[in-house]
Design a protein around this ligand. Structure first.
Ligand SMILES: [Fe+2]
Length: 110
């Protein structure tokens, strides 16, 4: 579904631009521009998520779509990187495990 994939790309772009902004000194004029772009990307991601939830009429269904495309994107990146490292060999990307629920993460950290 186009909205889910685009949401993932927009959300990732938000984090990428924010990361680039943090790499610059606070006095650098480019920093505020990158922060502005990050905020825009975040709004785009939020809009797409909201549209997806409305279309699917359930937040849990929309979130499942988003998680599926996050996993596909990560697998595609793994595949490209591994093939690059292995000189063009065909590789099968690893299956990603689902992240632990927040409650599990908290109990693991405690
Ligand atoms: Fe965008």
């Amino acid at each position: 579904m186009m909205m889910a994939t685009t949401h993932v790309l927009e959300a990732d772009a938000q984090h990428d631009f924010a990361r680039m902004a943090r790499a610059l000194p606070p006095s650098d004029p480019l920093r505020s521009g990158l922060v502005g772009i990050a905020l825009d990307e975040g709004r785009h991601a939020a809009y797409l998520r909201e549209a997806l939830v409305r279309k699917m009429s359930r937040a849990s269904s929309a979130q499942a779509q988003i998680e599926m495309f996050k996993e596909r994107k990560a697998q595609a990146v793994f595949k490209v990187v591994l093939e690059g490292l292995l000189g063009g060999s065909q590789v099968v990307p690893p299956r990603l495990s689902k992240p632990a629920a927040v409650e599990e993460q908290v109990s693991i950290a405690a």
